[in-house]
Design a protein around this ligand. Structure first.
Ligand code: 5GP
Length: 129
């Protein structure tokens, strides 16, 4: 179910629990700023999630509150994961949902990396655009 709005950070969210080691994940990458792991319900042959280690709900929250080094470290990790997955040549999509209109389910900032097949149009088009 999507989150009902962008609120304060909830320490009980599933990615906070993964970061605390309470729930396992199929880890691909970890450094001081970020953790990357396979999505439990993949929507493409490659579907990886990259999350910052800090307590941030969304991109807006992260970029407003995180120190510059943490922001740089996180986005370097997103790029490093895409490179390590071997997706630079075939291509991939990086996506971060935020709030109800995006159907964000987990209220801890995460960047999805999708790849491994042609991914189709960016969004489902509707009459209103
Ligand atoms: P969102 O809709 O918030 O952008 O994406 C949340 C993603 O987290 C979904 O793609 C969902 O499959 C994934 N997810 C939810 N719970 C777990 C979990 O316990 N482990 C892993 N690896 N992925 C999860």
């Amino acid at each position: 179910m999507a989150v009902s709005g962008i609120g304060p950070y909830d320490d009980g969210n599933i990615f906070a629990r993964i970061l605390r080691g309470e729930i396992p994940c199929r880890k691909l990458f970890e450094d001081e700023h970020a953790l990357a792991f396979h999505d439990i319900n993949p929507q493409a042959p490659v579907h990886v999630l990259v999350i910052p280690k800090g307590r941030y709900v969304s991109l807006a929250d992260f970029t407003a509150r995180a120190p510059a080094g943490e922001i740089a470290g996180f986005f370097r990790a997103v790029g490093a994961v895409a490179r390590e997955l071997g997706l630079e040549e075939s291509g991939y999509r990086a996506l971060a949902n935020a709030g109800p209109d995006s159907h964000q389910e987990v209220p801890h900032l995460h960047v999805h990396i999708f790849g491994g097949r042609p991914l189709g149009p960016m969004l489902v088009r509707r009459a209103e655009g």
